[in-house]
Design a protein around this ligand. Structure first.
Ligand SMILES: [Mn+2]
Length: 303
């Protein structure tokens, strides 16, 4: 049995990619597979699963002693428990190459595109595997989510092409689907301050110290203005409790492509000259952590 699993704090791509890759491995390779997750799904992912008529993957226990395919990450800091004792047999990812290593040769599909599901769509074509409606909806949902409805600078022609073909297979109006998905994506109702920080939190080892950068996506800043003080307090508590040098949160307005970056921790001083006010700076035309915010932060933190 091969376990197919995405990263910690799973987003829609990491859940949908695990589900789709598990089915693709069954169909294309005759493998016995199971899709697993490293946490509960978000409201956005629940919407996509519902549209696809697919259940959320079970939460994993350990991958120790198992064969695994990793989807949507290659960083050990985002890997499941037991990864050192697992055999990584395959990877589908669209991030920079991380620090996982393998004992044996593996199959790795790592492309600089906007979404892991764009790679999976192409793998279906490459190996002549038919795409069912539910698989098409899963891939389409992940692509619209990861590319912020094709607005992100991470979005490529391959992502757009895949989404158009998948919408056709699923019998879905792409524009309407994207509008619906963006509404669900930016709905923060009922979420606690801690869960907003955790929602899409990623850990980045930097100068051998721990840095975390989270991101929440909103449709207008009125949704978060009255939460900023509490979010800052939560980031500060994370630094103290988890020994972080920097805890940052991107509050990204997907309507205007503006990001407010909140930050706390000892290394805040390294960002001070860019700050608009204490512990907050504004990044115009910034939607992507991977392609915009984190590369910039790395440069500034390095001094
Ligand atoms: Mn992704």
């Amino acid at each position: 049995m091969i376990q197919v699993i995405g990263h910690t704090n799973p987003d829609s791509d990491s859940i949908c990619s695990a589900l789709v890759a598990a089915e693709w491995l069954k169909a294309a390779r005759g493998e016995d597979t199971v899709a697993l997750a490293q946490g509960e799904v978000t409201g956005e992912t629940a919407f996509i699963l519902d549209q696809a008529g697919v259940q959320a993957p079970a939460i994993y226990d350990t991958v120790a002693g198992q064969k695994v395919w990793l989807v949507d990450f290659t960083d050990l800091s985002q890997a499941p428990a037991g990864i050192e004792e697992a055999e990584i047999v395959g990877i589908v990812d669209h991030h920079r190459l991380g620090d996982v290593t393998t004992k044996n040769p593996l199959e790795a599909w790592i492309w600089p595109v906007g979404c892991s599901c764009t790679i999976l769509y192409n793998l279906h074509k490459l190996e002549n595997v038919e795409i069912s409606r539910s698989q098409a909806v899963l891939m389409l949902g992940a692509i619209c989510s990861d590319t912020v409805a094709f607005r992100s600078p991470t979005c490529t022609q391959k992502d757009k092409g895949a989404a158009e073909a998948l919408a056709e297979i699923a019998g879905i109006n792409l524009e309407e689907f994207c509008d619906q998905l963006m509404r669900v994506k930016t709905n923060l109702e009922g979420l606690s301050i801690a869960s907003l920080v955790d929602r899409d939190l990623k850990k980045y080892p930097f100068e051998e110290e721990a840095v975390v950068v989270g991101q929440i996506e909103i449709a207008n800043f009125e949704q978060t203005n009255d939460k900023l003080a509490e979010l800052q307090a939560e980031l500060k508590a994370r630094c103290e409790n988890d020994g972080l040098k920097l805890a940052a949160l991107m509050v990204t307005n997907i309507t205007t492509s503006t990001t407010q970056l909140l930050f706390q921790g000892e290394w805040s001083t390294r960002l001070a000259e860019h700050a608009k006010e204490d512990n907050m700076l504004v990044m115009e035309n910034t939607l992507s952590r991977k392609k915009q915010a984190w590369p910039w932060l790395q440069t500034v933190l390095a001094g």
